[in-house]
Design a protein around this ligand. Structure first.
Ligand code: NDP
Length: 271
């Protein structure tokens, strides 16, 4: 059998399996156009780049933020200029009540969330001996509990439709300790555990769950941390937000990658 006919046979088998299980033909397709995404923390930085890249792929995007209203509106303006629907929604994703309102607003305005990017996060670079219980709680609630809260809220609609993509922002800090502190590293390691659990529990339901672990992507988060130096990165430079965003789009498109952590770190940590 030639290579071409082997590939054609294989595609027919994949399509046949999808048809037999009653799933959408797009199970084996990478077309995300017309889908609805919620990107938390999309007013700036990586979240903004992910929101724009998804819009370029034909996705309508809910832009969550917590303080920077003008920046969130600017992200929406750019999404709309790409011909997609966009909506800015202020909500503190560390608070369950606000998360419930956020997801309800997206569902009523754009439709059920099909692609969730748990991106919102904070760092509090500070000397080790100054980290308090309050700092720990704030950081863990914002960076880790938020991903649980938002995921739990969007899951009923994803499960009903047998299709979903959940993409969680971890960090090289989960793997090496990083340059912020133990609270940040623990929150980002927690994201990987959360990703593994949801991926296992949802793998038969058409819902993939993956993490992206970046390192030193040049955003405000990196700019304010004096310990974040480009010479820490083997490739010798900071990463660009677009280099993370293209991975998010790939994970939104691909139905066969789940439970993985994709490192975008300039070679700082090898998997
Ligand atoms: P930025 O500081 O540039 O942006 C943070 C975003 O999160 C903003 O949109 C902010 O909204 C939002 N946000 C913060 N707290 C909340 C909250 N409680 N509720 C809702 N939104 C909130 O960060 P980055 O773009 O650099 O980082 C994005 C993600 O990537 C984070 O999870 C971060 O930990 C992770 N990451 C980043 C790396 C990097 O090198 N930059 C490396 C590894 C991981 P607002 O503008 O309204 O304040």
């Amino acid at each position: 059998m030639s290579l071409n006919s082997a590939i054609l046979n294989r595609q027919a088998v994949v399509r046949g399996c999808a048809a037999r299980s009653g799933e959408d033909e797009r199970v084996a397709s990478n077309d995300v156009s017309g889908k609805v995404a919620l990107v938390t923390g999309a007013s700036r930085g990586i979240g903004k780049a992910v929101a724009l890249a998804l819009a370029e792929a034909g996705v309508d995007v809910a832009v969550n933020y917590v303080t920077q209203d003008a920046a969130a509106q600017e992200t929406c303006k750019r999404i709309k200029s790409l011909g997609r629907r966009a909506l800015a929604i202020r909500a503190d994703v560390s608070q369950g009540v606000e998360v419930a309102r956020l997801v309800k607003t997206v569902e009523e305005s754009l439709g059920p969330v099909e692609i969730l990017v748990n991106n919102a996060g904070i760092t509090r670079p500070q000397p080790l001996h100054e980290i308090t219980e309050k700092d720990w709680d704030e950081l863990l609630d914002t960076n880790l509990k938020s991903a649980f809260l938002v995921t739990q809220c969007v899951l009923p609609a994803m499960r009903a439709r047998h299709w979903g993509r959940i993409i969680n922002l971890s960090s090289v800090a989960a793997q090496t300790g990083g340059v912020v502190g133990p609270h940040y590293a623990a929150s980002k390691a927690g994201i990987i555990g959360l990703t593994h659990s949801y991926a296992t529990l949802l793998s038969k339901e058409g819902i993939t769950v993956n993490a992206i672990a970046p390192a030193l992507i040049y955003t405000e988060m990196v700019a304010v941390n004096p310990k974040a130096r480009a010479d820490l990165i083997p490739v010798g430079r900071f990463g660009a937000v677009e280099e993370v965003a293209e991975i998010a789009v790939m994970l939104a498109r691909n139905g066969y990658i789940t439970g993985q952590t994709i490192n975008v770190n300039g070679g700082w940590y090898f998997s």
